[in-house]
Design a protein around this ligand. Structure first.
Ligand code: GDP
Length: 634
């Protein structure tokens, strides 16, 4: 399916031409009919001589209505560019042409309307020449220029034939497997409820499917679909579609929101882009200038941060960051326009290279500019690696969506990069190719992985040197040193352990080569303390005493090695004694069902403090359970 959009100066005969071609009056409001001006997008459709059906959006020409024009022009394949033969090129002719050019509308044809009003063939030639001159250097350069008249019917067949000829070779809109429809109209129909219209791109929509509406994160279900007033079960990319939605109220919807499949598209307020300032803008664009930003049918206020120039001169290009006052739902590769509200003026536009800028960049940084250039040029593989540059970790589905390649190409490329080891997947198994597009497994570039491993090893090396008696670095401490979320951190440790790079226990991490070795002095001190424990096993030295004898590092070592067991802030037992006490208490409980602190005290001939500490430790380990004054077995 293809969408044709009209453009051109007000009163140059766009709506009349659409009516003459289609028999449908695209002016939809009574007010428009009365004023004979198309103040909102009008829609019509047409069967070309070949039998091909196309949609026509009639975009109004009046300066005040430029917003509507932009809402419509974002999704069109062919520009039907109208210039009245009697008046020739006018200011809005130029502005609309500039917008068509900035949005890179791929195809176009020029209709010289009202040709019946021009008697002099030389005049017609002059107008034709002037138009040809205007088109030079734009996407419409070389487009056919066809004199037509809605009054006499002249040229209409030729125009239809030309549209067919263009569409014979036109690239149909891609099916990227993730539909988007930028809402240009919202209304309700009695008996049906909420209806939105727009041009569907990048995928199909089906009756019954659940959709997400962004920004605003609303959910709804598709109750019905219409193309050209005909019900359909499935709408194809590149068509004008009306969607009847259930589960969402008209008041919650507005032009500029995007209807899509749930879960992948995230609105943004900071994006990286290429910006061209139009030649006809009378002054340079300053850094941080306030503009109106248009993409799809969205319009929001924003600020232009110019990254590689002091200011942008008319006719020049720059790398920019657009800081928006409200979120918009756009993807990499989308085209946009920036305008000034007052005086009303189209400034320029370009391509969105990264919808989610990782941060606000400092200006004049060559490495940042180089990165943006790579992102804008790259193949799918290059874009993946660029998106994963630095220390970025992205989920597989995020990476695929941000790259803006078709799901098929993206998953194939990703799979190949993972197999080549250029991208590391943080999972024990590589998911199936089909599953990659939906799966949340984190990915990182090989460089990032290697950098992380080196960093972890350096941290551990320093740690082992500083605390030679500790078996390893507590996981929590390492995690906070790396400033990493728990989920990614755990997956990274798992992988490093699988590969034998690190030894990971539930609480600590160490280098595989690290061994705790005691000096002869330390060994003697440890033996002496352990002997004290054996001498009086049920009333052994307190924690403070042991610390006094050995120091906290050596005490920590004995605890980590499991030679001593800490049951409270002051009470320790040696491991053998603890195990024996546990056996005897459990046996006692099996026989008597319950045990008190005093009974434990008497059982081992110890004091209340030791007995209580020991029992509380059994409670913590879920061996026993306290019920009032007694313990029972769990
Ligand atoms: P739009 O603002 O570009 O949509 O222009 P309209 O389609 O509303 O046309 C503006 C005026 O030009 C109307 O009064 C039309 O009747 C008139 N008009 C449009 N096409 C032709 C044509 O081919 N010949 C003549 N003589 N008048 C035309």
């Amino acid at each position: 399916m293809f969408v044709i959009g009209t453009a051109g100066h007000v009163d140059h005969g766009k709506s009349t031409l659409v009516y003459a071609l289609t028999g449908i009056n695209p002016d939809r409001l009574r007010e428009e009919q009365e004023r004979q001006m198309t103040i909102d997008l009008g829609f019509a459709w047409l069967t070309l001589p070949s039998g091909r059906e196309v949609s026509i959006i009639d975009v109004p020409g009046h300066e005040d209505f430029i917003k509507n024009m932009l809402a419509g022009v974002g999704g069109i394949d062919v520009a039907l560019f109208v210039v009245a033969a009697d008046e020739s090129v006018m200011p809005q002719t130029r502005e609309h042409l500039a917008i068509i050019d900035l949005l890179k509308v791929p195809y176009g044809v020029v209709a010289l309307t009202k040709s019946d009003l021009v008697q002099d063939p030389e005049w017609l030639e002059l107008v034709r020449e002037e138009v040809r001159e205007e088109l030079r250097g734009t996407v419409l350069e070389g487009a056919s220029i066809i004199p037509v008249s809605a009054v006499t019917g002249r040229g209409l067949q030729e125009l239809l034939g030309e549209l067919d000829r263009i569409l014979d070779v036109a690239q149909p809109r891609q099916d990227l497997g993730r539909p988007r429809l930028s809402i240009d109209r919202v209304f309700s129909i009695a008996g049906f409820g909420t209806v939105v219209t727009g041009t569907l791109i990048d995928g199909r929509l089906t009756v019954g499917e659940e959709v997400q509406i962004l920004p605003g994160d609303l959910r709804a279900r598709i109750r019905g679909l219409q193309m050209h007033k005909t019900k359909v079960q499935e709408a194809l990319p590149g068509s004008r579609v009306a969607i009847n939605l259930s589960g969402v109220a008209v008041e919650d919807l507005r032009r500029g929101q995007v209807v899509t499949r749930p879960g992948w598209l995230e609105p943004t307020m900071l994006l990286d882009a290429r910006l061209k300032l139009l030649n006809r803008v009378p002054w340079p664009l300053k850094h941080n200038a306030a503009v109106e930003f248009y993409a799809g049918s969205a319009r929001v206020v924003g600020y232009v941060r110019i990254l590689d120039k002091e200011q942008l001169l008319p006719g020049e290009m720059a790398w920019v960051q657009l800081r928006l006052a409200e979120p918009v739902a756009v993807v990499r590769g989308d085209r946009y326009i920036v305008r000034l509200a007052s005086p009303s003026l189209t400034l320029g536009g370009g391509e969105i290279v990264q919808p989610h800028a990782p941060r606000r960049y400092p200006r004049f940084r060559s490495e940042i500019i180089a990165r943006l250039e790579a992102l804008s040029r790259g193949t799918c593989a290059e874009v993946f690696l660029e998106l994963l540059a630095g220390t970025t970790i992205l989920e597989a589905r995020e990476l695929i969506q941000r790259s803006n390649f078709s799901v098929m190409e993206a998953t194939r490329t990703l799979r190949a990069l993972v197999e080549k080891g250029e991208i590391i997947i943080l999972a024990a198994q590589i998911p199936e190719e089909q599953a990659l597009a939906h799966c949340a497994v984190p990915l990182l570039a090989r460089n990032t992985w290697e950098g992380l491993l080196t960093q972890i090893k350096e941290i551990l090396e320093a740690y082992h040197e500083r605390f030679p008696l500790r078996a390893g670095m507590p996981r929590e401490e390492l995690k906070s040193r790396l400033q990493m979320g728990a989920e990614h951190f755990n997956l990274i440790l798992e992988r490093a352990a699988r590969e034998g790079e690190l030894v990971v226990t539930p609480l600590a991490v160490r280098l595989p080569a690290h061994r705790v070795v005691l000096s002869p002095d330390q060994r003697r001190a440890v033996d002496r303390v352990l002997a004290m424990f054996r001498a009086d096993p049920y009333m052994p030295p307190s924690l403070a005493q042991v610390e006094g004898e050995l120091g906290s590092e050596l005490l920590q070592f004995l605890l980590e090695e499991g030679l001593l067991i800490k049951v409270s802030d002051s009470v320790l037992f040696d491991a053998e004694t603890y195990a024996e006490m546990e056996r005897r208490v459990v046996a006692y409980l099996k026989e008597h069902q319950r045990i008190t602190v005093a009974e434990v005290r008497d059982l081992f001939g110890t004091s209340r403090k030791y007995a209580l500490g020991f029992l509380e430790d059994l409670d913590r380990r879920h061996i026993t359970k306290r019920l009032g004054d007694v313990r029972i077995l769990r």
